[in-house]
Design a protein around this ligand. Structure first.
Ligand code: FES
Length: 124
């Protein structure tokens, strides 16, 4: 059901873990299945210099978190906030239709982490 690229990101996920002094943290849950994803961002001079994730979820959720973090490291915030679940699915060369909803978690978690970063910044 999954292609090689998805399986590779599931078997050997990149950027698993947490960033203790993260500048932004986003936690989201998928209402349809109850799975949870958390993304941690380290941001310096408007650039995402590091990203890590913890996912309590299905294989597609793990693979999309792995791919999404790889896609955003080294990118300016303005580009990171435009990353869509569609772009992540394309980078994974596709997901089975019934697993597309899992990829939405990555997009939402990144957006939440950026919101968290901005609200922390505003409070400084
Ligand atoms: Fe829950 Fe995939 S089934 S995120």
């Amino acid at each position: 059901m999954y292609n090689e690229k998805v399986l590779e990101n599931f078997r050997n996920p990149q950027n698993v873990g947490e960033i203790p002094d993260a500048d932004g943290v986003g936690t989201v849950g998928n209402a349809s299945c109850g799975d949870i994803m958390q993304i941690f961002l380290k941001i310096e001079n408007g650039i995402v210099v590091d990203a890590k994730f913890k996912t309590f979820g299905c294989g597609a959720a793990v693979a999309t978190s792995s791919m999404a973090t790889q896609m955003i490291i080294g990118k300016p915030i303005e580009e990171v906030e435009k990353v869509t679940n569609r772009a992540v699915v394309e980078a994974l060369e596709g997901l089975p239709p019934q697993k597309i909803h899992c990829s939405v978690l990555a997009e939402e978690a990144i957006k939440k982490a950026l919101e968290d970063y901005r609200s922390k910044k505003a409070a400084e």
